[in-house]
Design a binder for this molecule. Structure first.
Ligand SMILES: NC(=O)c1ccc[n+]([C@@H]2O[C@H](COP(=O)([O-])OP(=O)(O)OC[C@H]3O[C@@H](n4cnc5c(N)ncnc54)[C@H](OP(=O)(O)O)[C@@H]3O)[C@@H](O)[C@H]2O)c1
Length: 276
């Protein structure tokens, strides 16, 4: 297996942490980025180098990329994994939070690509792996701004893949379904907080309780399922454009595709017990 220099964002927890650890154990040189740098200290045991990075902060992204380049002289793989879900009704999520959601999930990811592509073009090779979601293929109630962000990651990555083909740079997307990490607990908290005292409060509370129990139970797939897909995108000779993984992920996207929009809407609304 070719040893690669890898920069991965969102490595302080969940999917990113597990992926950083696994790729380092495979023998790759891994630089792990996030804001909570202290949570990444244990990764040092496997040779991972933690970097403090906020993907909404231009200087910190620039510093992170410069650090890897100065240390290694190259960057072979960028795994854009940082992201979170700000759930809530479109009417009640403050625009400031909607913008912030896109700043982290879309523009941070895009800016890191811009910073790294000149390095990869000069090398004549490289890989960009963007963590999208089945949320970029189907829409749930109160997920509006999160879905906007993941549909954007899908379009952005498809465009980038075509642009990068002549330069020997591969672009892959990872499309997980529900994965047992802090993601669901954070999304549930935002959903609950943004709907208090609004007409959406009752159904939002039901959905947020559903998220809390799903993400603290044992039904969802483990982050390691996603790690395996990212690992294939890093190591295989011809990485795929998309890796869809996680329990029920294919089924959910298939039904969203199959059902007329009204049927899908009715199903989701019924599930959330909406009687408005
Ligand atoms: N879990 C799921 O069900 C699921 C399904 C599909 C897709 N995904 C996607 O998978 C990715 C990883 O999520 P996860 O499930 O592993 O959730 P997680 O455990 O909450 O991890 C999210 C990571 O993103 C980082 N992050 C958030 N805001 C950031 C910012 N401004 N700058 C830098 N890093 C930031 C966090 O680090 P700091 O807070 O330390 O900065 C953390 O390391 C996300 O893109 C998510 O949308 C998750």
């Amino acid at each position: 297996m070719k040893k690669r220099v890898i920069l991965i964002t969102g490595a302080s927890s969940g999917i990113g942490f597990d992926t950083a650890q696994t790729l380092a154990r495979q023998g790759h040189k891994v630089y792990a980025a996030a804001r909570r740098v202290e949570l990444m200290e244990p990764l040092r045991n496997d040779g991972v180098v933690p970097l403090r990075m906020d993907v909404t902060d231009e200087q910190s992204m620039q510093d992170g990329v410069d650090f890897v380049l100065n240390a290694e002289g190259r960057v072979d793989v960028l795994v854009n994994n940082a992201g979170y879900g700000f759930f809530g009704a479109i009417e009640t999520v403050p625009m400031e939070e909607a913008r912030r959601q896109l700043e982290v999930n879309v523009f941070g990811l895009a800016r890191l690509c811009q910073l790294i592509l000149p390095i990869m073009r000069k090398q004549g090779e490289g890989r960009i792996i963007n963590t999208s979601s089945i949320a970029g293929k189907m829409v749930l109630l109160y997920g509006g701004w999160y879905h906007v962000s993941k549909y954007s990651v899908e379009a952005f990555s498809d465009a980038l893949r075509m642009e990068m083909k002549p330069f020997g740079i591969d672009v892959s997307m990872i499309e997980p379904g529900g994965i047992k990490t802090d993601w669901g607990i954070i999304a549930a908290r935002h959903l609950k907080e943004s709907s208090i005292g609004t007409p959406y409060e009752k159904s939002a509370e039901f959905e947020s309780e559903f998220f809390n129990s799903a993400y603290s139970g044992n039904y969802l797939s483990s982050p390691h399922v996603v790690t395996r897909a990212i690992s294939r995108a890093v190591n295989s000779r011809r990485p795929k454009a998309r890796y869809r993984i996680g329990r029920f992920s294919h089924l959910a996207v298939f039904f969203h595709w199959l059902l007329p929009a009204r049927w899908w809407d009715a199903l989701v609304r019924r599930f959330c017990r909406i009687k408005l």
